[in-house]
Ligand binder design. Structure first.
Ligand SMILES: *[C@@H]1O[C@H](CO)[C@@H](O)[C@H](O)[C@H]1NC(C)=O
Ligand SMILES: *[C@@H]1O[C@H](CO)[C@@H](O)[C@H](O)[C@H]1NC(C)=O
Ligand SMILES: *[C@@H]1O[C@H](CO)[C@@H](O)[C@H](O)[C@H]1NC(C)=O
Ligand SMILES: *[C@@H]1O[C@H](CO)[C@@H](O)[C@H](O)[C@H]1NC(C)=O
Length: 521
């Protein structure tokens, strides 16, 4: 009897201990709820971002020539036939926007350079007007204590080079991209320390050459609806990404040999990620999820880490995936100082390997990637599921050598005509910044968080219909006036040391909580 009681007591203690551990896990996984800026290291930077074609406008001013995005939009593929001709007119309003950044308390600003503005037609002489613009923007940021993070290629590839040799499908891109990077490092590298070569390398390749949802709009049946631009969905995505990796590593080598010693900066590449969760606990769904990790993230990360593509990709794609020569492999391996991670949402993965049988596979068709929530290509709001970010960061930590990571895009999508009271964006930022803190505390090598986007932009496929901005841009006003949303006030409050858990309503009621807004009224 006594023995049994003892056992029961032990069981009870074991039970309680387990419960506490489980509770901690659950709380940990669901993201820190209450935190302040001071919970993050001092050298961890917070900022927000935009990109050239989405923000600058002035599309044919001062010598800029079209990018593939200008062509795509003018061909009518964007929602409502919209384009980035004017966008937010950042080209003329950059001072006003930097002033807003200062008011908000941004520590860093991520933007991209328009290649076909800096070097019209992609190759040849540098455009002095573009030099002047980017120098002015960078100086304005630096003099206000805001750290610039600069992307060289943010989807807006020069149309002239696309026409001349098929852009990223040709090896010629390596030389032209390296020359472009050289101009940027030489002209701006004395003030810019953080460089990203290619934005969302994986999504750019899959989107532009597999499904053909974005420029250059290549795809082949049965993987696309509009096949007017030609292409081959089973080979081109692999080829484009191969050349991206070679061009990227060539630019990194250039930086390391010619600029690093003097400028002391860092060069990385950006990868689009989503939380990857098996649809069921069956072995085939778990294996499919591993393939999803390989095909989306390992596609870029394993060459950078090991000098070769993931085994599962080489097995499934066979001769369709290019091989690195020994020399190329050495060049690509280790060619990064940090990774720019883009993350918005999560997907479920189910096995779909039966399609292998009819040999009609495109880039990733042997797994079904789907979600229960809203489709990726609508302007519906994202669910707040920050455990997907944690899943990805753990995966980077355990499988890709825990590289230094800046979260370069993360944010909530709403309809652009929605209210300035964007509570869902506040909830989203609060959840994901909390998850960032959890991951940091659990050993992820995180260096910064850059919310997407600073103001409402030309949102590529969605045009001006959906928005991610902390600030609303009134597209019906010829002056394109900017207005702070609740999320701008929350972010500012947080950046200036306030508690993340402040009630949205408090920010509205008590103006002492916010130092922005008066700017406009
Ligand atoms: C913390 O990291 C370890 C691996 O280093 C991982 O196994 C664990 O799941 C992580 N915890 C959370 C809550 O993400
Ligand atoms: C794509 O390329 C592969 C390999 O060269 C070839 O077998 C296939 O027929 C091509 N598909 C199309 C649609 O051209
Ligand atoms: C996901 O799993 C459910 C069972 O939980 C199943 O009904 C559904 O068909 C699966 N989805 C896919 C795409 O396989
Ligand atoms: C925004 O526009 C959509 C589509 O035109 C409409 O359904 C919705 O009611 C509008 N919302 C607001 C807040 O005006």
């Amino acid at each position: 009897m006594k023995v049994m009681m003892e056992n029961n007591k032990e069981l009870l203690i074991l039970f309680i201990t387990t419960l506490v551990v489980l509770l901690n896990l659950v709380l940990g996984v669901h993201g820190a709820e209450k935190y302040t800026r001071h919970d993050f290291p001092n050298d961890f930077v917070f900022g927000s971002g935009t990109s050239a074609y989405q923000w600058e406008g002035a599309a044919d001013e001062d010598g800029r020539t079209p990018s593939v995005w200008d062509t795509y939009a003018h061909d009518g593929y964007v929602h409502g036939g919209q384009n980035g001709d004017v966008a937010c007119d950042g080209y003329h309003k950059y001072k006003e926007d930097v002033k807003l950044m200062v008011e908000t308390g941004l520590e860093a600003y991520r933007f991209s350079i328009s290649w076909s503005r800096l070097i019209p037609n992609g190759r040849g002489p540098v455009n002095p007007k573009a030099l002047e613009f980017y120098n002015n923007l960078i100086n304005e940021l630096i003099s206000n204590g805001i750290q610039p993070h600069v992307t060289l290629h943010n989807f807006d590839f020069p149309q002239a080079l696309e026409d001349e040799y098929g852009g990223w499908l040709s090896r010629k891109i390596i030389r032209d991209f390296t020359n472009y990077a050289d101009v940027c490092f030489r002209e701006f590298g004395d003030r810019v320390s953080y460089w990203i070569t290619i934005n969302e390398a994986n999504i750019f390749s899959a989107g532009g050459y597999d499904e053909g949802i974005g420029p250059p709009h290549h795809c082949s049946p049965p993987f696309c609806i509009d096949k007017s631009k030609g292409g081959n969905s089973t080979t081109e995505p692999y080829l484009a990404l191969h050349h991206i990796l070679l061009a990227h590593s060539s630019a990194v080598r250039l930086y390391r040999t010619k600029y690093k010693e003097k400028q002391n900066g860092f060069v990385g590449i950006s990868v689009y990620s989503f939380g990857i969760f098996p649809n069921t606990t069956t072995e085939k769904d778990i294996l499919a999820s591993q393939r999803a990790h390989d095909f989306y993230i390992g596609w870029v990360m394993e060459p950078l880490l090991l000098g070769d593509y993931p085994t599962s990709m080489k097995k499934n794609a066979g001769a369709r995936i290019p091989t690195f020569t020994n020399h190329e492999s050495k060049l690509v391996k280790g060619s990064y100082d940090f990774i720019g991670l883009i993350h918005y949402t999560n997907f479920n993965i189910a096995d779909n390997s039966l399609v292998l049988e009819n040999n009609l596979r495109d880039y990733y068709a042997d797994m079904a990637v789907f979600r229960d929530g809203p489709d990726l290509f609508t302007n519906a709001e994202y669910p707040v599921e920050p455990w997907g970010l944690i899943e990805q960061l753990n995966h980077f930590k355990l499988n890709y050598g825990n590289p230094p990571i800046f979260i370069y895009e993360n944010g909530q999508r709403t309809e652009s005509n929605a209210t300035l009271q964007d509570v869902s964006r506040v909830n989203y930022l609060q959840g994901y910044i909390g998850a960032t803190l959890d991951a940091l505390r659990n050993g992820s090598n995180l260096k910064g968080y850059i919310a997407w986007s600073f103001i409402d932009l030309f949102e590529l496929l969605d045009g001006y219909e959906s928005s991610f901005g902390l600030y609303y841009v009134d597209q019906s006003d010829p002056e394109l006036k900017r207005y702070p949303k609740l999320s701008a006030k929350w972010y500012s409050w947080f950046l200036k040391g306030g508690s993340s858990s402040v009630e949205a309503i408090e920010l509205e009621k008590d103006p002492s909580h916010v130092s922005i807004g008066h700017f406009f009224y």
